[in-house]
Write a protein that binds this ligand. Structure first.
Ligand code: NAP
Length: 286
């Protein structure tokens, strides 16, 4: 397929992904597909940057009428560049999207709403009163916990390799519905409506699964935030057991769609974004 490329002009809005590394990110191709599908005059690039350059870039891009995303390792530091953080940024302590509005630099953490939308696609949303096992205690786990607690789950069990990190997340966000498990042994074959993997396990070749489904715990559905080439081992195992499961590709898409909505104040062309992501993942799959 030949793609129409609109040459940038002096009025083109510039958006950038800021992080280190950024070379493997799918955000540029996804966001440029969205711009092209709606015919918007914008361009999205990836800029590898160090922490010392971050705040200048965020404010410069936003004040010039554009905006962007922030990825690892700068999501926490990015919060210090904002005039107006959203509630999601305040709760999670992380910002992944910034833009200019009424002269102020605004920032959101669209991973929170992105995860909620991915869960909607997986299981029509988390049922009220559900019990959830959340694996991990990094930035992705904080976003997941914020979304789950907003969705009226009854209980979230938090399990992480470093227990103290899980306790810190629970203190920051948890309230009385969040319970930290201090060891995998505490799982005791418990049954959960949903298991969310927010660890890095599954990114590396030969990684063990973060949880032995059916042995360590039962799951009604599985959302793995990890994505890469093909299915993740956790998603493969879940499907073998007949459990509805989804990897992090949908959350990647949805957090990008929410960011697009912040920048352009209109619904994102989700089908065009999904189409280009699917084509890339099919093309690179073995
Ligand atoms: P992070 O802040 O670095 O946290 C990493 C987490 O993985 C921590 O809980 C860490 O445990 C755990 N972990 C790392 N190696 C482990 C191992 N060998 N065994 C057990 N646990 C291990 O990273 P993050 O930003 O939260 O990202 C986590 C994952 O989510 C990544 O794979 C990332 O790609 C994915 N993610 C996806 C999306 C999306 O849109 N789909 C968005 C954000 C993140 P310790 O605390 O013990 O180190």
């Amino acid at each position: 397929m030949t793609e129409r490329i609109r040459p940038p002009t002096s009025s083109t809005r510039v958006f950038a992904l800021l992080g280190d590394p950024v070379a493997h990110s799918l955000s540029p191709v996804m966001q440029n597909a969205a711009l092209e599908s709606l015919g918007e005059d914008g361009v999205y690039v990836a800029l590898r940057c160090r922490e010392a350059q971050l705040n200048g870039l965020i404010r410069g891009l936003a004040l010039a009428g554009g905006g962007g995303n922030v990825t690892l390792p700068h999501k926490e530091r990015a919060t210090t560049a904002l005039d107006r953080p959203t509630e999601a940024v305040r709760r999670t302590g992380a910002c992944n999207t910034f833009w200019l509005e009424d002269g102020d630099v605004h920032g959101d953490n669209t991973d929170v709403e992105g995860l909620r939308r991915a869960l909607h696609r997986l299981m029509g949303g988390v049922p009220e009163g559900a019990s959830v096992l959340l694996l991990g205690a990094g930035g992705a786990a904080r976003a997941a916990l914020a979304a789950l607690l907003d969705d009226s789950v009854a209980r979230v069990d938090l399990l992480n390799r470093t227990v103290e990190r899980a306790r810190a997340v629970a203190r920051r966000l948890g309230g009385d519905r969040t319970h930290v498990l201090d060891s995998r042994l505490r799982l005791g074959e418990r049954s959960y409506d949903l298991v969310v993997n927010a660890t890095r396990l599954g990114l590396g070749e030969g990684d063990p699964v973060p949880l032995e489904l059916g042995t360590e715990a039962e799951a009604g559905a599985v959302l793995d935030l990890v994505y890469g080439v093909g299915e993740t081992p956790l998603v493969t195992r879940a499907r073998e057991l007949g459990i509805p499961a989804m990897d992090g590709g949908e959350m990647l898409l949805q957090q990008g769609a929410v960011a697009f909505e912040r920048w352009w104040q209109q619904p994102a062309p989700v089908d065009a974004m999904r189409g280009v992501l699917d084509r890339i993942r099919d093309r690179v799959a073995p």
